[in-house]
Design a protein around this ligand. Structure first.
Ligand SMILES: Cc1cc2nc3c(=O)[nH]c(=O)nc-3n(C[C@H](O)[C@H](O)[C@H](O)COP(=O)(O)O)c2cc1C
Ligand code: SF4
Ligand code: SF4
Length: 255
């Protein structure tokens, strides 16, 4: 079936699971990356296609700007797979919220997954999704194919609360605003790639604290390690949080 992976993925972990699943449904499935707000993502899908959505969990919810980014993407009773990726704490209401957003856009969620990815902060589940996680995604996708081929219309029930009860952390910035050190060559990559356009396009060391969502994309993508988050407050939080979140959780799949 014609398949498209649609993802918001500032540091690339949500993209990996989402694309791995999509590529089983169709070899070299299409991809729409909605990470950067300025890009146009207008697209309409038919009921003969499948879409796999992917996004990270932020404060137990999906990123607050995701609903708006997906407004231009329309389904026509198009079956879809909902995936959220989270950093080993919890996904709370995020999976249900992304399913609700997709449904409002004309998609029909037929499967869902809450996947483990390396946490943005600290050192939690570093390297995940790993090869074993991707194998699990592939097995899940094969089961989705069977469901699609047999026309199995099992009602999909996803965990979460309606109305959503999580979200305080996701609704307001967590306040970890990256700094820029003397390595900066003013290449401009971080400003181009910032999901919220928070980095000043004339002075790349200036970040609008009201726009920054602390996704750390600029830190991970800076070619000379100039962007960083090394304040004492962050380091203390990251050390403590990494200890608390050390026990690996499992991927969860819903069909
Ligand atoms: C602002 C923010 C809030 C987050 N909140 C949660 C959370 O509530 N639960 C959790 O397990 N992980 C949380 N994470 C970790 C991300 O969900 C995780 O690192 C994810 O893999 C990032 O996806 P990406 O690589 O596609 O950007 C949060 C990360 C950020 C930046
Ligand atoms: S990506 Fe790094 S080197 Fe390039 S402008 Fe941003 S901070 Fe400077
Ligand atoms: S400035 Fe903030 S929002 Fe922009 S990429 Fe960096 S951490 Fe993400």
């Amino acid at each position: 079936m014609k398949t498209t992976a649609i993802y918001f993925s500032p540091t690339g972990t949500s993209k990996r699971g989402c694309v791995a699943i999509a590529n089983v449904l169709q070899a070299e499935a299409g991809q729409i990356d909605v990470t950067i707000a300025q890009n146009s993502h207008k697209q309409e899908f038919t009921s003969d296609e499948v879409v796999v959505f992917g996004a990270p969990v932020y404060g137990g919810r999906v990123f607050k700007g995701l609903e708006n980014r997906l407004k231009q993407i329309k389904g026509n009773k198009t079956p879809c797979v909902i995936t959220v990726t989270y950093g080993n704490r919890d996904y709370d209401d995020a999976l249900l919220e992304l399913a609700d957003i997709a449904s409002a856009q004309g998609f029909i969620p037929i499967a869902g997954a809450a996947l483990i990815g390396e946490h943005t902060f600290g050192r939690i589940q570093v390297g995940r999704p790993n090869a074993n996680d991707i194998d699990e995604d592939i097995t899940f996708a094969k089961n989705i194919l069977k469901k699609l081929q047999t026309g199995d219309s099992n009602y999909l029930q996803l965990p979460g609360n309606r109305p959503y009860i999580y979200g305080a952390e996701g609704m307001k910035p967590v306040g970890f605003i990256p700094s820029t050190n003397e390595n900066c060559t003013s290449c401009g990559l971080c400003a181009e790639q910032c999901p919220e356009g928070a980095i000043d396009s004339e002075d790349y060391s200036k970040i609008d604290e009201n726009k920054c969502i602390s996704c750390f994309r600029c830190i991970r993508s800076c070619p000379v390690n100039a962007k960083n988050m090394e304040t004492a407050a962050y380091k203390n939080f990251a050390e403590d949080f990494s200890k608390k979140m050390a026990n690996p959780r499992e991927n969860q799949f819903f069909l």
